[in-house]
Design a protein around this ligand. Structure first.
Ligand code: NCD
Ligand code: ZN
Length: 347
């Protein structure tokens, strides 16, 4: 079958994005704004975004950092802690400024030290979110140091997520950046209130990318890349047309110095070529015509937001990913640095 040389899809959104803050944010936010109409902005700043007021201030800093002609809309989230109150959820809801709340199990990933230590004690907050119809976004990994890092997502499902879904049947939950066949099955068999985001790097790479033939820190992220069997299952789910799987890049910039060191940070930066990477994965699966649903429709529908007007075009045209981008005081190594891409987003 002949593949098209150009595709046009409704403007997509990124349902999981890390923008950081300050000069570093200013250096990268335009890359996401070029690709996406809206994005769910993760609240794990060095000092996390825990109140509605802080989220509104953060949103103002993002808007101020955008190129003047940009209409990019940041959708703000709150970071849940042991001290989050149902009152804060009411404030978030009535402000109209908060799109969702993020649950990081304490210690699960970058800047998650203030995260939740005991999910059972979060019940009054989750109840308030269910009442306010505010979606819960979950980093789904257990943090028990005894549990093998490749099993942490799978263990989270039985130990934490399954009980949460059962206890709060009206709460919309997004299982963020799913990486395993077990997570895909759980979402597929779950209720309509349960959805998942899938990153481009988990669709394109398995764990050999980090470890085979040398250690490659720029492929290290959390949840960590898994074996090929899991990548194949993710690819099948993302390209199946199932409405509860949608695009979330989890683009997570760290400076070169923070990545290439004895104890490097977790995070893959993909905002510079996000749609191109997804297009490559969908093409590899022979399902390019399913890209639009995954990238532009399913997320908006789940969040109950209008689908975007306008279109974007991708052309089959090779271009070279820069080796680095400026990033505040440092530099940033993007996914596929120096390599050539098959698809190009046309401005
Ligand atoms: C994210 C980050 O750097 O903020 N890192 C990552 O590896 N994905 C945090 C997260 O989403 O886990
Ligand atoms: Zn993330």
């Amino acid at each position: 079958m002949r593949m098209p040389d150009e595709i046009e899809i409704d403007r997509p959104d990124d349902w999981h994005l890390h923008l950081r803050d300050g000069a570093a944010m200013t250096d990268i936010v335009h890359l996401s704004a070029r690709q996406f109409a809206r994005a769910i902005i993760m609240p794990n700043l060095t000092s996390p975004v825990v109140t509605t007021e802080q989220a509104i201030e953060y949103r103002a800093r993002i808007l101020a950092a955008l190129p003047p002609d940009s209409d990019f809309t940041p959708l703000m989230t709150l970071y849940l802690t042991d001290r989050t109150t149902p009152e804060e959820i009411s404030r978030a809801h009535s402000s109209g400024a908060i799109a969702a709340c993020k649950l990081y199990p304490a210690g699960a990933t970058t800047n998650s030290d203030s995260g939740v230590t005991d999910i059972a004690r979060l019940s009054p907050v989750l109840e308030a979110m269910q009442r306010a119809d505010l979606p819960l976004l979950v980093h789904g990994e257990v943090t028990d140091p005894e549990v093998d890092i490749f099993d942490r997502e799978q263990r989270f499902i039985e130990a934490r997520l399954q009980p949460m879904v059962a206890e709060f049947p009206g709460l919309r939950i997004v299982f963020e950046h799913v990486t395993t066949a077990e997570a895909v099955d759980f979402v597929r068999e779950g209720p309509d209130t349960l959805a998942a985001t899938v990153t481009a790097h988990h669709l394109l790479f398995n764990r050999n990318a980090i470890l085979a033939g040398g250690i490659r820190p720029h492929y290290y992220c959390l949840p960590v890349l898994k074996r090929e069997r899991h990548r194949q299952t993710l690819l099948k789910a993302a390209t199946s047309g199932h409405p509860r799987f949608f695009l979330g890049t989890d683009s997570a910039p760290h400076s070169l110095g923070d990545k290439q060191t004895a104890c490097g940070c977790a995070g893959v930066f993909s905002a510079h070529a996000a749609l191109e990477c997804y297009a490559q994965a969908f093409e590899e699966a022979g399902e390019l015509d399913r890209l639009e649903g995954f990238a532009s429709h399913h997320g908006a529908d789940f969040y109950r937001l209008p689908r975007n007007a306008r279109k974007v075009r991708l052309r089959r045209e090779s271009w070279q990913v820069p080796a680095q981008y400026p990033f505040g005081d440092g530099r940033l190594v993007p996914l596929g640095a120096g390599e050539s891409m098959r698809w190009r987003l046309i401005d």
